[in-house]
Write a protein that binds this ligand. Structure first.
Ligand code: ADP
Length: 775
């Protein structure tokens, strides 16, 4: 079912409150305004068409009336011409006989050519005293006039002398026209002016119907007599040619359309009532008709003013009326309705589009809201996960610190115990404690590394390193274990390898050590070979062994966390299954790769690559951290070697004291940073300076970093007083912090007697010996 525009609009309003209602209202307004304008235009067009038709019809009616008017003038002119002819006849010779007159009139054929003219006569001006002469003369010219009537006592009599045709006008012969005012006036006026003159409406004596009529008179002057002025004309006056005219004959059938298209009424101007009426073509039917077109005009006819009126009759009106205005009206209405329908459709379409837009907008808004909510949730989740990661890091750092501290005691004392003179059984047990502790320490390192990598916290340093030296160093580190198993350890380095490249020494060393350590671990006879060469734009480390090999199908899985190739074998040889996983992740983090190739029984080959970027500077000595090595402490009398330990933990302090005792050096202890600084100052003042500081980092009052800075500020430089961090803070950033604070090396707990001796060997065998620079 089709929705109505109303419903659509309501829906649009309901479903989209944000929809611009003013715009909708405007749309409705526009439709209404356009319809209104179209209606007005239709009205105007219709009115114009009606007006145009009325004007056209009015013009046409005027033309008809003008034709009728012209016909009146024309008829009067014809009458005038006939009278002129009669006047000319009399003037041509004074003795014109009635027969001649009658012949002239007969030649005019009045009935056919001069409708309404009842005859043409001649009026003489006769003095009352000369009436007999008049009678005689008339008789001599063929007219027997016995009396002038009606009898009057006027001095001048104006009798009709000739009149033709005589039969119908006989009564008029001898009629003195001065007997009646109208006739008399017309004659006098005509004589004075010299012009054709007509009487006001009169009743002609000849008209048995007694309708309106008039006389048309024309003055005749004596031939040769001047007639320019009124006096001359009065003096020269001889008589008048004249014609009695019946108005109904003159004014009937002026044009063929008279009586059908219009009716005509002629009145004497100024005369009121029936007396003034000259002619009316009005029939009874006509008088009941209300004319649509009328015209009135005044015309001057031979000295009289007539008022002529025309009124339209149904025939004209029907012919005049056309369908044009109706067509215009219908066309306009049709156009208006079409336009309205069109606009309505458009408006409805617009409303539908608006509805859809509103719905789409709402959907978008909803989606935006959902997206916003999703983003908020994601941010929250991210924040939570960041917080969790941070908490994890903090936890890991704390755990690392807290585990290493007691482990330092366990491992260190067990190590010392092994050096004591113990029964075999007890020695073995102590050895088991040490090995278990070392395994735990390694595991701890691996788990911490893995967690840090996964948390994205692993920072890869970009420092200048010597890859050959790393290879040699790793070979040295695994050599003792290899020798125990009767394995050879080779290190083959390509001569083209640069002495300084950009890399992270600790991490490269860690990966390589893991590979070399595994090689030694899983090889029972033969060799372990570390090779270093260049492959394209990479540095390529290869660790090959002649060991037990790995099943090919398992090769890739070995790089997953906690995966080992052969559980029983691995259990036998130890390990957590984390080494390769961590190594590959580290290789990747350094922009390199770690892959393996192996066959059961034919050894394994691990390839580790990193990008080869040559460094501009030589590797720094400070990066020796964590690889403290060297010979035993120099000198016979070790008691003169003065080492000071800053350590707040009693057990750890006791351990280092035991170790110092074991290697026979002098060790003083301080329990925080402030104390160690004070003791060093005191010793220097007493000329008994310390040669080495073993500095814990986390201590109350003043930590190891701060204490080192203070010492360096006071002028104790690295040569006169090396400071080595001895701490459970074992992360690379911890190492960096120590170096930045002015320490020379970092030794992570747990500390073994072996490492203690290495440390002393490295930092107490300098050729120049300890000296204090500061004043
Ligand atoms: P683990 O601490 O167990 O050595 P790794 O991730 O380093 O952990 O090694 C995973 C396993 O891969 C080892 O348990 C061993 O089974 C196998 N493996 C690693 N290196 C070698 C090798 N050179 N020869 C034979 N097997 C090896």
């Amino acid at each position: 079912m089709e929705e109505t525009a109303d419903t659509i609009e309501q829906q649009a309003r309901r479903s989209a409150p944000a929809l611009n209602t003013r715009e909708l209202f405007n749309s409705t307004q526009v439709v209404v305004v356009v319809m209104l304008i179209a209606t007005i235009l239709t009205g105007v067009g219709w009115h114009y068409a009606v007006q145009r038709e009325a004007d056209r019809n009015s013009s046409e009616f005027d033309a008809i009336a003008r034709d009728a008017e012209q016909a009146i003038y024309h008829r009067m002119d014809t009458y005038g011409t006939a009278l002129d002819g009669a006047a000319a006849l009399v003037r041509s010779h004074e003795d014109t006989s009635f027969v001649e007159w009658d012949q002239y009139v007969a030649s005019l054929d009045l009935d056919r050519s001069l409708a309404g003219m009842n005859g043409i006569g001649y009026i003489s001006a006769v003095k009352a005293t000369e009436t007999q002469v008049f009678f005689d003369t008339a008789r001599s010219r063929g007219v027997d006039i016995r009396a002038i009537h009606p009898v009057s006592n006027r001095e001048e009599l104006l009798p009709i002398t000739y009149i033709s045709p005589l039969e119908v006008n006989r009564e008029a012969l001898g009629l003195d026209l001065s007997f009646e005012e109208n006739r008399h006036e017309a004659l006098k006026s005509s004589r004075r002016t010299g012009k054709m003159t007509i009487t006001k409406p009169i009743t002609l004596v000849q008209d048995s119907a007694k309708g309106a009529g008039f006389l048309l008179v024309r003055p005749v002057y004596r031939p040769g007599a001047p007639n320019q002025t009124v006096e001359q004309r009065l003096a020269a006056s001889n008589g008048w040619s004249y014609a009695p005219i019946m108005a109904r004959m003159l004014l009937a059938d002026l044009t063929p359309r008279q009586g059908r298209a219009f009716q005509i009424t002629v009145r004497q101007a100024g005369a009121k009532g029936p007396a003034g009426l000259i002619y009316s073509s009005n029939t009874r039917e006509d008088s009941q008709h209300v004319s649509q077109f009328s015209k009135q005009t005044t015309i001057a006819i031979a000295g009289q003013i007539w008022v002529v009126e025309w009124h339209s009759l149904p025939e004209f009106e029907q012919a005049a009326s056309s369908d044009e205005p109706l067509l215009v009206l219908l066309g306009g209405v049709l156009l208006t309705l079409t336009l309205g329908a069109l606009l309505f459709t458009l408006w409805r379409r617009e409303a539908q589009v608006r509805l859809k837009v509103a719905e789409a907008t709402q959907t978008l808004a909803q989606r935006d809201e959902e997206r916003g909510q999703m983003l908020t949730d994601l941010r929250k989740a991210r924040d939570e996960s960041l917080a969790a990661a941070k908490a994890k890091s903090v936890f890991l750092a704390n755990m690392s610190h807290e585990l290493r501290t007691p482990m330092n005691g366990v491992l260190g004392f067990a190590d010392l115990l092994m050096r004591a003179d113990l029964p075999d059984n007890a020695h073995r047990q102590a050895e088991m404690i040490v090995r278990s502790g070392q395994a735990m320490a390694l595991l701890l390192d691996d788990i911490l590394d893995l967690s840090r990598i996964e948390a994205g916290k692993m920072v890869i340093a970009a420092q200048s390193i010597d890859p050959c030296e790393i290879c040699n160093h790793v070979a040295q580190l695994v050599l003792p274990a290899a020798q125990k198993k009767g394995l050879t350890v080779e290190c083959v380095v390509d001569k083209a390898i640069p002495k300084a490249i950009i890399g992270d020494k600790l991490r490269v060393q860690q990966v390589l050590l893991n590979l070399a350590g595994n090689a030694v671990k899983f090889t029972d006879r033969g060799f372990v070979r570390i090779t270093l060469n260049i492959e394209g734009e990479n540095l390529r480390f290869e660790v090959r062994d002649s060991g037990i090999g790995i099943e090919e199908a398992l090769l890739e899985t070995l790089f997953e966390d906690f995966v080992q190739a052969d559980d029983s074998n691995s259990r036998l040889r130890g390990g957590s299954g984390l080494g390769l996983a961590i190594s590959r992740k580290l290789a990747k983090a350094m922009g390199g790769t770690l892959t393996a190739a192996s066959h059961i029984g034919s050894g394994s080959n691990f390839t580790f690559t990193i990008p080869l970027v040559e460094a501009a500077t030589k590797p720094s000595n400070l990066s020796e951290v964590g690889s403290i090595g060297g010979g035993p402490v120099a000198g016979e009398d070790r008691s003169s070697i003065r080492v000071i330990l800053a350590e707040d933990h009693d057990v750890n302090r006791m351990l280092v004291e035991e170790m110092a005792q074991d290697v026979e050096i002098t060790l003083d202890c301080a329990s925080d940073g402030q104390e160690v600084v004070a003791m060093i100052e005191h010793a220097a003042l007493n000329d008994l300076p310390y040669h080495l500081v073993l500095m814990d980092v986390q201590m109350p009052r003043m930590d190891g970093l701060q204490a080192t800075k203070v010492l360096r500020e006071k002028g104790y430089d690295e040569k006169s007083l090396p400071v080595v961090a001895l701490t459970a803070n074992a992360f690379p950033e911890d190492v960096q912090k120590c170096l930045r604070a002015g320490m020379q090396a970092h030794c992570a707990k747990p500390l073994t007697i072996e490492r203690f001796e290495e440390l002393l060997g490295q930092w107490l065998t300098r050729p120049d010996g300890p000296s204090r620079k500061a004043a």
